[in-house]
Design a protein around this ligand. Structure first.
Ligand SMILES: NC(=O)c1ccc[n+]([C@@H]2O[C@H](COP(=O)([O-])OP(=O)(O)OC[C@H]3O[C@@H](n4cnc5c(N)ncnc54)[C@H](OP(=O)(O)O)[C@@H]3O)[C@@H](O)[C@H]2O)c1
Length: 382
């Protein structure tokens, strides 16, 4: 049976790898819609190749330009957040791949879930900011959320065997490019150095998040919502080789680990093939070539973002949305060379400190807290 797919964020790292998977199994998929932020050159190329009936561009000016460029094709070009939302709820679409970066994914994800779609979710910021809303809507509408993030795909697959008797989820972390650095060294690191991840090639925002360990913090909150497990039962283990993508430990002392080469196409393919497994020709794990696999505790003194995420998650309500928004702005400022690396956690902590938490927030509360946090970080950074 052909799966009808929409990809939001098709021009990004996950989006492009999703299309690679689709290329490999082209007889199994039909791409009905694509969406991107600003890169209309690539979106045009993708539209000419996959012939979706609808595309959306976040930036309205760029959307107008794309409309002109695609004038010879029978394709509708939508714009703005409403365009992304319209694609997410398209009646013919069965699977929505949510691969935009940032909390901008929240509304389209809610649209997809409310329309009862299967969502292959890469965008972690959505569950961090609005996990309670998204999971509640998914339960009510019977929508399936399949994790694309490699750690969550790993846990999802470990749990296929046994959901009872879990003692903890063990999320592995590479430790990023600055593992072992002192505070003094971290003070001087540049965006260019932070963008050099040892094991993964990813978008700029998540690469910086990996360097600060905020990525792992966001994943802890994501795991709490995806697997309905308390924060006390989610532990982070630094594993620099990124071969074990996460583990589940059980009350009898058993631990089930999921391993593969670090290649995002594998969890993307699994989210698209689930509940089946499909054959591919990509490099497989060669145990005799593995020299070592090692583990260590995360250094939360030098990388406080991980603890800030645990704190925000435990406080709950609107606090995780504030953590996420403050982080998005701080990362942008760092990438623009306006603040130093160590300013990122400092600004997030101060912003969280100013926030009046709303428990059981609705969508409006979350979006308002997000905006308030963005303004606060900008003011503090000045
Ligand atoms: N990359 C990975 O290996 C990886 C692994 C696990 C999870 N994730 C998660 O997956 C998501 C995407 O990551 P990525 O690495 O693929 O990021 P990326 O390469 O930066 O791509 C981001 C995508 O989102 C679009 N986008 C950015 N800002 C937008 C906005 N304001 N409105 C609409 N679209 C916007 C971009 O469009 P344009 O480029 O056209 O502007 C692009 O298509 C993130 O949430 C990340 O945490 C990524």
């Amino acid at each position: 049976m052909i799966k009808k797919v929409a990809i939001l964020g098709s021009t990004g790292s996950i989006g492009q790898q999703t299309l690679e998977v689709i290329d490999l199994f082209s007889e199994k998929f039909q791409v009905l819609a694509l969406a991107g932020g600003r890169n209309i050159e690539l979106l045009e190329e993708q539209t000419r190749k996959y012939r979706p009936g609808i595309v959306a561009v976040m930036d309205p000016e760029r959307a107008r330009e794309l409309r002109l460029r695609l004038g010879d094709l029978p394709v509708k070009v939508l714009e703005g957040l409403e365009g992304l939302c319209e694609i997410a709820r398209l009646s013919q679409v069965e699977i929505v791949v949510m691969a935009v970066s940032g909390v901008v994914g929240l509304l389209p994800t809610l649209e997809a879930v409310n329309a009862g779609k299967t969502v292959a979710l890469a965008n972690k910021e959505t569950l961090v900011a609005g996990g309670s809303l998204v999971m509640r809507a998914a339960r009510e509408k019977g929508a399936i959320i399949l994790p694309v993030d490699s750690e969550h795909s790993a846990i999802f697959q470990c749990l296929l065997r046994d959901r009872e008797g879990i003692s903890s989820l063990l999320l592995t972390a590479s430790g990023g490019p600055f593992r072992g650095y002192t505070k003094e060294q971290l003070r001087r690191v540049t965006p260019r150095e932070a963008l050099r991840h040892p094991n993964w090639e990813m978008g700029r925002k998540i690469t910086i998040d990996s360097a600060t360990l905020m990525n792992k913090g966001l994943e802890v909150i994501e795991a709490r919502w995806l697997f309905d497990v308390d924060y006390d039962k989610i532990q982070v283990v630094v594993h620099p080789q990124s071969i074990i993508h996460s583990m589940v430990s059980y009350i009898d002392g058993s631990v089930i680990a999921y391993m593969s080469v670090p290649d995002m196409r594998i969890p993307i393919q699994y989210a698209l093939s689930w509940p089946e497994r499909w054959n591919n020709n990509w490099p497989k794990l060669d145990f005799f070539a593995l020299r070592e696999i090692t583990f260590e505790e995360p250094n939360v003194k030098n990388f406080p973002c991980l603890d800030l995420a645990y704190q925000a998650g435990r406080i709950g309500g609107t606090m995780p949305a504030v953590l996420n928004a403050a982080n998005e702005v701080a990362v942008k400022l760092f990438l623009q060379n306006k603040i130093g690396f160590l300013e990122i956690p400092r600004l997030i902590e101060e912003t969280m400190g100013h926030h009046q938490v709303i428990s059981n927030p609705d969508l409006g509360d979350i979006l308002e807290s997000d905006q308030e946090a963005r303004q606060r970080v900008k003011a503090l950074a000045k």
